[in-house]
Design a protein around this ligand. Sequence first.
Ligand SMILES: Nc1ncnc2c1ncn2[C@@H]1O[C@H](COP(=O)(O)OP(=O)(O)OP(=O)(O)O)[C@@H](O)[C@H]1O
Length: 234
Amino acid sequence: MMLEVRGIDTFHGETQALFGVSLSVGAGEVLALLGANGAGKTTLIRSVLGLTRPRRGEIRFRDKVITTWETHDIARAGVGWVPDDRRLCPTLTVAKNLALGTKATAYRSWSVAEVTEVFTALKYLMARDAETLSGGEMQMVAIGRALLGSPGLVLFDEPSQGLAPKIVSDVMAVIRRLKAEGIASVVVEQNADVALSVADRAVILSRGHVVWQGDARELAADHALKQSLLGGLQ
Ligand SMILES: Nc1ncnc2c1ncn2[C@@H]1O[C@H](COP(=O)(O)OP(=O)(O)OP(=O)(O)O)[C@@H](O)[C@H]1O
């Protein structure tokens, strides 16, 4: 198993955001993590990354308990992150932003040439400061940076948010390519149909609780189930 989250309770101050949440992601598996605003999706990602630590429960990555590891050690173990707000260094060039994310792990390394092969537009943007990029271009840099970090698992937080349909489909193609190479992904999405189009399995959170988990295709095909679980979110 690539990632196993077992019964975590995570708080922001005194406010509990996750209640006994458990989920798992196998090698090369794509998990869609769905739910309304405030359901706890980002908190789950932050818990895995050691940014907001769970008070109870356990997180394992490749059978190692990482619950109390430092964030940089979790990254070095092969957990990649594409944050919803991209988190680029605004006054550094695209090339420097990509270089900052580059590291070796136990997983396959990516070259800048491979990243620009995936996102061809990046080739012509290398010398531009990150703050001058469009939202879609920033997202490509954020994903490229995650790939250059040689991940075995990538946590995508709202990858389609604010992007044109063409870029959304490029991003989903990257997730499929990662899968073909055995790299697992967790895809947090407000847009359920986009995430379900690439996912093997889905987990739905509601107010910090897992309320459904199962086969992504089954959920995608069952309009009534989607409606009852996700309401207007599809
Ligand atoms: N820094 C914080 N301080 C206090 N409460 C927080 C903080 N971050 C999140 N929360 C609360 O924790 C709960 C879960 O939030 P979280 O951001 O994980 O949800 P989400 O599913 O990612 O939502 P969204 O789709 O809106 O990003 C919400 O009730 C939110 O208000």
